[in-house]
Design a protein around this ligand. Sequence first.
Ligand code: NAD
Length: 277
Amino acid sequence: MQLLDGRKLAQKIIRDLKKQVSRMKKKPVLAMILVGNDPASAIYVRRKYVFCEEAGIRSNTIKLPSNTSEKKLLVIIDKLNKDKSVSAIMVQLPLPRHINKIKIIESIDPKKDADCLHPENYGKFAQVDESYSVVAPATPFGIVKLLEEYKIKIEGKHAVVVGRSNIVGKPAAQLLLNRGATVTVCHRHTKNLAAFTRQADILVVAVGKRNLIKASMVKRGTVVVDVGVNRVGKNIFGDVNFPSVSKKASYITPVPGGVGPITIAMLLWNMVRLAKK
Ligand code: NAD
């Protein structure tokens, strides 16, 4: 078994981005918006800030109370859209329930949409690839970069994606499909999940349930990408039972140190692309 080391690849990507940023006349500037005090969101925002620093990207975080109105948030985004010094905007999800997430995503100027969530960017990416959309959905694009870094063949393989969210499962399936995999997507209504996961040459799990995938659910030699983040006290676990599944897998991502760092590296990649356009 070999580990798919997301930290190592993230560092490599960031070193390259840092070089690019140092040569840019107009440097990328990120504005992050954090609404409310969800502890996990605060950690993500902090990590993005640290990664940006490493790459020489300036970032500002606008922290808003959880009772911020949708109208106020729209006004702030509108200001950032018009602010020429800001090249990228990210609104940390999830948002409080009283705010319409879709409305907020659609209010971000697609030219500043570092998360590739705006339908214009997401659609262009799904239709062609990042050459058309400029940005890419960070987590699934990072997964594909990780597979490619380890020269894992995707074409002709059976990829099983567990989870069908707009930020991970669906775009991961699309990316793998575009690269020639035969893709099965499983989700909460899938009956007999193991019957599908056992067929996977490449298994991507993005659910948010610790130990969902056990050794009996994978075939020997499979490639496992564990996207899940499950916090237990100060520790983080994925969706895959790592001790047992790693004994059967040919490659597997650790949690932490797999998909997490590569996701942030790809967000920075998006920021640099936006600033160059
Ligand atoms: P989500 O809640 O939007 O989607 C979860 C998906 O899992 C749904 O499609 C649901 O149908 C499916 N599901 C739920 N129970 C299931 C079951 N028993 N069997 C099969 N499928 C089931 O979540 P998301 O935003 O896609 O995130 C998924 C996980 O990945 C979370 O733990 C999240 O924290 C993590 N995540 C990590 C990163 C990273 O950078 N490492 C990025 C994004 C998300």
